[in-house]
Design a protein around this ligand. Structure first.
Ligand SMILES: [Fe+2]
Ligand SMILES: [Fe+2]
Length: 243
């Protein structure tokens, strides 16, 4: 596929689709820093504290990279990047990123569910038609895998590891609760099944898969992980805001 390197090479449709995607992406990065913020240094082990700090730092760094990309689009992109940096909890454009993490277990549940969403979203843009974005994916995809794997490992420890359960004063019931909380948000975050925008992103070669396909891939990945731990997979329609 021939790659696009600069905004001057884009059709108006391509340009507006790309700007929307990068804006939405950046908004989730900065919003998740806010979600993590109150739990920094609160994790039950040193490893938890260091890894969570690294995750929050990765998200901030990814957000700044997205902003730098937006700024290549002249005044419109510069305004978008500036606006992103003023948004606070409750103002972020994607609903799940305004939902607070209420406990350490909730931090773990967020990483398990939502960072896996991020991984699929970013994988969809690996080798995409906009070369500067494709280049960034080479590091971001690996970072998201790290975040999601941390979540998966600690969810497992909450269910199976007595020492970790003791440290968190929580166990399988709390793991189930946080999965029940984030699962519908994660499904919503993939966007509407009948999104023209999603079709356009695929047609432009910016994303490899549309919203519904990504949602299916995520479920196929996470559902067996939940079942393997003896927990229940939430009803995929329950608590959903976006269809
Ligand atoms: Fe991220
Ligand atoms: Fe992440």
């Amino acid at each position: 596929m021939r790659k696009v390197e600069t905004p001057e090479q884009m059709t108006e449709e391509y340009r507006s689709t790309l700007l929307k995607i990068v804006y939405a992406l950046a908004s989730t990065e900065f919003a998740s820093v806010e979600q993590h913020h109150r739990w920094i240094n609160q994790g039950p082990t040193a490893e938890d504290r260091f890894i969570q700090a690294q995750i929050a730092a990765d998200e901030a760094h990814q957000g700044f990279i997205d902003c730098r990309m937006l700024r290549h689009f002249g005044k419109e992109g510069e305004d978008m990047a500036d606006r992103l940096l003023t948004l606070r909890m409750g103002q972020h454009p994607i609903a799940a990123f305004n939902v607070p993490m209420e406990s350490w277990v909730d931090v773990v549940g967020f990483c398990f569910c939502m960072d896996l969403v991020a991984w699929y979203h970013l994988r969809a843009m690996e080798d995409c038609s906009y070369a500067p974005l494709a280049r960034e994916m080479t590091t971001m995809v690996g970072e998201e895998k790290f975040h999601a794997s941390f979540g998966a490992r600690r969810i497992k420890d909450l269910v199976r590891d007595a020492r970790y359960q003791n440290l968190c004063r929580a166990g399988a019931a709390e793991a189930q609760q946080t999965i029940d909380k984030w699962y519908p948000h994660a499904l919503d975050t993939f966007g509407s099944a009948r999104s023209k925008f999603s079709e356009l992103a695929v047609a432009c070669g910016i994303r490899r898969w549309g919203n519904e396909e990504l949602r299916r891939m995520w479920r196929k990945d996470i559902d067996p992980q939940i079942e393997k731990l003896g927990l229940s997979v939430p009803d995929a329609e329950k608590g959903r805001l976006i269809h």
